[in-house]
Design a protein around this ligand. Structure first.
Ligand SMILES: [Zn+2]
Length: 163
């Protein structure tokens, strides 16, 4: 959803509290696109837009867009919980969780390094590589990643994406 803030050009009804948002009052706008496939003459699908309006401050002093946003977030996280019910949720002490997070971030950087070096190698051509530095960097990153796998095993287990 796109969100923006503007003055209401015409009066509108708040999506959350259903009270009036007067003309020229600051207002949060939201717009979503809904795609309907297999409709329309060219078969490209038809897009419908839906526009929402929220009070920045309602007559009851509510920030309607925040209140509704938070409640949607609540529903979403409980939905995604049911979708991933096969996945074990890790319950770890705070410091272990932090160390684990650190390793995840470090690994993401190493993956980036490897991709960058692969691009350099691809750009130079695989035949007759004279500059061995990119290759060495990849090997070094791979070695570090192997060590990190052992470390993260002790911090709650190896994530699926690391196998
Ligand atoms: Zn409202």
């Amino acid at each position: 959803m796109n969100l923006w803030i503007a003055k209401a050009r015409v009066g509108a009804e708040c999506t959350y509290c259903h009270k009036d948002i007067p003309k020229s009052a600051p207002c949060i706008f939201g717009r979503t696109w809904i795609r309907k496939d297999n409709e329309g003459t060219d078969g490209a699908g038809v897009y419908w837009t839906k526009t929402y309006h929220w009070h920045i401050q309602s007559p009851d002093n509510n920030c309607c867009w925040i209140v509704q946003g938070l409640s949607v977030l609540d529903t979403k996280s409980s939905n995604s919980h049911t979708q991933h019910r096969g996945r074990k949720r890790l319950v770890l002490p705070a410091d272990t969780r932090l160390q684990r997070l650190h390793l995840l971030q470090k690994r993401a950087r190493l993956v980036q390094v490897i991709n960058e070096q692969l691009e350099i190698i691809a750009a130079n051509g695989f035949v007759g590589i004279i500059d061995t530095r990119p290759l060495n960097r990849i090997i070094a990153a791979g070695t570090k990643m192997k060590e990190m796998k052992v470390q993260i095993q002790q911090l709650g287990g190896v994530p699926k994406g690391w196998q």
